[in-house]
Design a protein around this ligand. Sequence first.
Ligand code: UFG
Length: 331
Amino acid sequence: MSKSRILVTGGAGYIGATAAAMLLDKGYAVTILDDLSTGFKKNIDPRARFVQGSLLEKGACHQALSEVETVFHFAAKSLVNESMSKPDIYWKNNVLGTRTLLDQMREFNVQKLVISSSAATYGEQSSSHIKESDLGEPTNPYGATKLAIDNMVLGEVHAYGIAAVSLRYFNVAGAYKLIDLNSKESKYIAELHNPETHLIPNIIKATKSEPIKIFGNDWPTPDGSCIRDYIHVEDLIESHIKAMENLENGKFEIYNLGSGTGYSVKQVINAAENVLKREIPKIEAERRAGDPAILISDINKAKEKLDWVPTKNLEDMVRDTYSALLAAGKI
Ligand code: UFG
């Protein structure tokens, strides 16, 4: 018999589809709600129940919540740069979408919620390793919507006693390898955004005619390029499952999810050159709007309270992204 049913919103996207697959692998029943606006039909695990629709459509949300005990909420717009030029879309999809979900969860008496949040809620911080207790000061509308969601959910927990956890991701990378039991072929769930804006896939795709652009060479960092904290998607989802197991009614917890180590854009390019054993064509370019200079997590809370540690390093993330892009015919 399968374990309880989990609704994965955004389960056709990179991180949501990885969550759905890992939950199914562990014996949970899964329903996926996705409007396929940025996700892919081919990412939808055939073992899951699939409802096509957006959180903003009451009917789809209703249908998706049937028999569900816990919601893993990934459905959102998530590009920092895009949020600078289209803030309205971010407030509508992310905040209004979550509001609708919370209303529907209450109607269906679904009391457990695991939310995908972001380091973008913090903005630029003076401390080198960001703690959950640090004040949120987002530098872009994307981060502002994610912070608003945390505040909204906190109110819901206090007023209605639901159990919720918000997981603030630093930079997610890598790919999840699925084995198809019928064909015995391996298949990857990877990030295949169109256009791709994220650093690691863009480094791997860089060519002489389209070199990787290093956005800014005058940031206040040792080599002048931005510093980020990268986490493998598989480690990320493991922590969601642990967070779900630790949910308590009437409690809202926030956890940072990263590796606790920062790498500059130039260091990531270097790591990719070592893994791929070739030089990556690169050029220096203007700073990108909305980027903070440094984002590094303090992950001690997740380590201590969730008994979780990241197991994969930057080289693993580059290697898995490379294998997945190769398998998808993208390089
Ligand atoms: N970068 C480049 N060249 C590129 C792409 C990125 O130099 O072609 C730089 C960016 O300027 C940034 C770093 O590489 O300094 C990482 O950029 P990404 O676009 O890969 O990721 P972001 O840090 O902008 O954002 C990601 C997620 C957000 C999340 C954030 C948390 O997209 O949802 O990590 O740290 F909030």
